[in-house]
Design a protein around this ligand. Structure first.
Ligand SMILES: Cc1cc2nc3c(=O)[nH]c(=O)nc-3n(C[C@H](O)[C@H](O)[C@H](O)COP(=O)(O)O)c2cc1C
Length: 177
């Protein structure tokens, strides 16, 4: 599960943690969190494309070992955060995303629930030949629509999230070979 921003105190991390907890309760599912706040800051250095910071290798290994990525994507200026693109741009081409299964939860303070950020990100993962799970969740008005553990408060969104998580696990299994 990728928490798709590094903003201190972000809601993305709360939602990502709630998803991690739920995946961890499922049979035969192993899950870990990629917290972009923990990216090495020298990833921004102009020389980091040729010489990756050593501390980035753990992020690379985590993706390469994952059957699927569930990305929690906040909306920043009508798109997804720059730090998420930086993370993607530094992961190895093509193996990081070629055939990797990807699932999305969009969140926003505003009314569109990260629809724009998710759809922009889908363009990137489409370019990288990822297998994209079609059931996406959008949580709008994030400051009032999640509880203190990051779980959606609205009944329908909770139900759809449960269905999405179970469906994504099946999706990963069915495409495993
Ligand atoms: C740089 C920046 C740009 C933002 N742009 C938008 C936006 O375009 N639309 C929106 O609904 N919310 C916007 N927000 C608010 C985020 O949706 C809000 O912070 C929300 O909690 C999800 O992001 P978070 O994970 O950083 O908490 C923006 C926030 C930041 C920090």
């Amino acid at each position: 599960v990728v928490a798709g921003t590094n903003r201190a105190g972000c809601k993305s991390l709360m939602v990502a943690n709630a998803l991690v907890e739920r995946y961890a309760e499922m049979d035969d599912v192993q899950v870990s969190l990629a917290d972009l706040a923990k990216l090495p800051s020298d990833l921004l250095s102009p020389t980091s494309y040729a010489n990756k910071p050593e501390a980035f290798q753990a992020f690379v290994d985590q993706v390469l070992q994952a059957d699927g990525l569930h990305v929690v994507v906040p909306e920043y200026n009508g798109s997804y955060p720059g730090v998420l693109k930086l993370y993607i741009d530094h992961l190895p081409f093509p193996e990081a995303f070629e055939g990797r299964k990807v699932c999305y939860t969009g969140i926003s303070a505003g009314m569109w629930g990260g629809l724009r950020s998710v759809e922009h990100l889908q363009g990137v993962f489409g370019y990288r030949n990822a297998h994209q799970f079609p059931e996406r969740i959008f949580i709008s008005r994030i400051f009032k629509n999640i509880d203190e553990k990051g779980w959606p408060t609205e009944e329908l969104t909770r139900e759809l999230t449960e269905k999405q998580l179970a469906g994504f696990v099946r999706f990963c299994d069915s495409l495993a070979s």
